[in-house]
Write a protein that binds this ligand. Structure first.
Ligand SMILES: [Zn+2]
Length: 382
């Protein structure tokens, strides 16, 4: 009887073609082996081979085994070693004449095993990607991924894009226009309970008719958009809409969707840092992210509610988007990122009609003065 389970397979003269399992021990002079009649451990002869009689190489079906061969006057034997502990013990005990072929063989075995792990890794990864890809059609997975992104990370992402953008712009630092935008933002933000975002609004001197909010709460309002507004409630309406894109994390949803399921997988498995790098590689432009129809509707409806709670006439949002769409369609950046469709307008109007009447609280600033300081003649309208 032998004291351990077989750890090698031996082939040779007088053995069956399928080989004989054996228990190999590494000794000071070489290897001793007990051949087993069957795997239950019935001993069927033994052998002892000095190192000096052996040659070694890598072999086996996948070339991931150490093959030891020797010739005795009566027989030729080949031993296949797969057990890593046994191979290690063999390498430690083997004399110098075996060491260089052993190292070569061991290196080959390592390479093959590494390749196997890689192949299985790729196969496993592809299956995962396939499953996620199938799931991705539903927005469930996007939301799942977005939920895993911490607010701080979102803020960092938005702030770096914000700084990059503002670097090339003429920022209006102070004055009645800035004060007016700040007042509107404050009125709205005060009505958001447990708001995790700090809204940071910047007025940019530019005739571009646009306003945008970045993930994390950085908001940019262009003076060109303010010039088009006949009433302050129109600007407040755009702000309410933009703030709700932030609160509902619509920007992140678009980014995640645009980057695809590889990004989602990396987020779910905890690699949020990698996403920033991925975004740079794919050249996602945060400023020109176009929102989806469902997101526009959500920002519209939650925006209307927010205006209502802040006691700002909610109709401004609808009239402004509609007027811009009628007059300037195709030339207004605000509409290119927030497309105004007739169904969107109809839904907004229906929602507004269903809302209880609000008695608006006036703004502290005077809109006429704001318009004058923007260079708009108050008598001619827009
Ligand atoms: Zn929008």
């Amino acid at each position: 009887m032998v004291d351990t389970a077989p750890n090698a397979l031996c082939f040779g003269d007088g053995f069956p073609a399928t080989g004989v399992p054996c228990v190999v021990h590494v000794e000071g002079h070489g290897l001793t082996m007990a051949f087993l009649h069957n795997v239950h451990g019935t001993e069927n002869g033994s052998d002892s081979v000095p190192f000096s009689d052996m040659t070694v190489s890598a072999g086996g079906l996948d070339h991931d085994q150490l093959v030891v061969k020797w010739n005795s006057p009566t027989e030729q034997r080949t031993l296949y070693l797969k057990n890593p502990d046994l191979i290690r013990a063999f390498r430690q005990a083997a004399p110098s004449h075996l060491s260089s072929p052993l190292e070569r063989a061991a290196e080959q075995v390592r390479q093959v095993r590494k390749r196997h792990r890689l192949v299985w890794g790729v196969v496993g990864g592809s299956l995962l990607a396939l499953v996620l890809g199938l799931w991705f059609g539903s927005d469930l997975l996007v939301e799942l991924a977005v939920d895993r992104i911490p607010i701080e990370w979102e803020q960092k992402l938005g702030e770096s894009a914000y700084r990059d953008f503002l670097g090339g712009q003429e920022v209006m630092e102070e004055g009645p226009v800035v004060a007016a935008v700040e007042e509107m933002t404050r009125r709205l933000a005060n009505q958001i309970p447990d708001n995790p975002y700090r809204f940071d609004v910047t007025v940019v001197k530019s005739d571009v008719v646009n306003a945008f909010a970045l993930p994390g709460g950085s908001v940019v309002v262009f003076t060109g958009m303010m010039k088009k507004a006949e009433r302050p409630e129109e600007v407040a309406g755009v702000l309410a809409h933009e703030l709700n894109h932030v609160l509902q994390r619509h920007g992140l949803e678009r980014i995640v969707k645009q980057l695809g399921f590889v990004a989602v997988a990396s987020i779910i498995f905890g690699n949020q840092q990698g996403l920033g790098q991925m975004m740079k590689q794919l050249g996602v432009e945060l400023m020109t992210l176009k929102f989806g129809r469902a997101q526009e509707t959500e920002a519209d409806l939650t925006g209307l509610q927010l205006l209502y709670r802040a006691k700002i006439d909610p109709s401004g949002m609808i009239t402004f988007f509609e007027r811009l769409a009628e007059k300037d369609e195709g030339r207004v950046e605000l509409l290119s990122t927030h497309p105004m469709s007739s169904s969107r307008a109809e839904q907004l109007k229906a929602e507004l009609a269903a809302m209880p009447t609000v008695t608006p609280e006036p703004f502290v600033f005077e809109w006429d003065k704001i318009r004058t300081s923007l260079g708009v003649s108050t008598s001619t309208g827009s």
